[in-house]
Each structure stands twice: as structure tokens, then as C-alpha cells.
Design a protein around this ligand. Sequence first.
Ligand SMILES: [Zn+2]
Length: 263
Amino acid sequence: MCLTLQRHEQRLYKSTIQVIRYMPRAAMKRITGMFIVASTTWTSMRSFGLLHLVGLSHVASFVVGFLLMDLTFYYWHRANHRVSMRWRFHNVHHIDPDLDVSTALRFHAGEVLFSVAFRIAQIGLLGVSLLTYVIYESVFQGSTIFHHSNVRLPLRVERLLNVIVVTPRMHGIHHSVMESETHSNYGVVFSWWDLLHRSLRRNVPQAAVVIGVPAYHEPSDNTLWQTLTLPFRQQRDYWCWPDGTRPMRDVTPTQRDSSRLLA
Ligand SMILES: [Zn+2]
């Protein structure tokens, strides 16, 4: 079953455009792969990186490495929202007015370039093995597709899953037009990092979430050309609708505790 929110773009048209947007990313991923193999081989041979300093067993090194990869990506994602130059690029991902699997492919080539540099530095400084990287990257990609999807899981199942991992309802709040909600729920694999850093919001009912960024909500803002050039153009007041008003949400009793269960 899928969420039945009103769609702004035709599914086929949107998917085609997202695939075109994804092509530079796919090319960069291949090149990155070669750098990462070289980087993990070099760090293993030289015993370089945090995990080598601690001297853990192979199993412990894998577990700690996996967790640190996810935690440090949480910080990276958070910085994408808080550093204005980085947000110009990350915003291209957020202005998608229809949240679905194809949104997981929608990243500006500039953001992909920054992410590639971050990934290489992350692996080198942490000193994770090639095996840890390959497993983490596979889980990371699977999680990204899962939590951007519009699959409606039974609420009980999603609440149970969300104790450990990021789920579609949790990530849906991250794509809300409300500024405070977009700047929350930064996790990719585990939901714990948001809980730990008090950036977790689970108290917004899915039906109340409007997806997108208010200032870029028109179909004309989401053409291929507009999204390619968006980071280089003068920026609008992101969190206001074109008429200058800000999105509002009625205060609900559950808003007193932002880490309460999803609805
Ligand atoms: Zn984001």
C-alpha cells in the first residue's frame, strides 16, 4: 500500500527526470569506488585511522566502524542543513514536492561531489576496512530508498522498526514545509542519533505533513534546468510561501513531546 497524498508531478515524467539527475551521481560513484578501494587498502596497510589506534578485534572493529560511519554521516547531513552554502545544494533534494523512491536519487551533482570528498575522508580518518565500507554502503543505500519510499507500513510495525531504524514516516517529517520539522530527523540508518542529539521529531501525523520547501513549491521550480541552476541563483526566503506567509501548524497535544511515537 502507498500513501495517497495528492501528487504534483506525473510519475513517469518525474522518474525520467530523476534518472537524468542521477546520471552524474552514478558516474561519480564509480570513480569514488576506485578511490575508496585504494583508501581502505592504504589505511589497512599503514594501520591508519581511529579504529587502528584502539586495537579492536575484527568483529568489534566492524561493529564500531559501522556505527561511527552512520553517526558521522548524521553530522554531515546536519551540516548540509546548517551551512548556507551547503544548503543551496541540498535544497534541490528537499524541494521535491512528491516524496517517493525517486527522491532518493535526486541530489545535485555539486552535493554529490561534496559527499564523495566527505566519504573518502570519513573512511580514511575512521580507518574502516573495505568489508565494513561495502556492507555499510549497501545498508546505507537500502535505507535511503526505504525511508524515502511512500510505502505505508502498518503503524505498529513502523513504530517497532523506528525504535532502531529510520522509517518512511520519520523521514517524511524531515521533508515537511515547516522549517523546524525539516531541521530534524537527520539520521539515515539508525534513529538513535537523532534521539541522542535531541533532533528527533515523531509527533507529526503523516496526514498533516505537506512535502517540500515553501518558496520553491511551484512546478516551474522543479524543472531539470531550474534544479541544476538553483544553487547558483539568488536564494528566496526558503520558509515562506510566494505570498510571504509562513506555513503554520495547529499545536497538538503530542507536540509537547517531540520524541513521541509516530502517527
Ligand atoms: Zn535533509
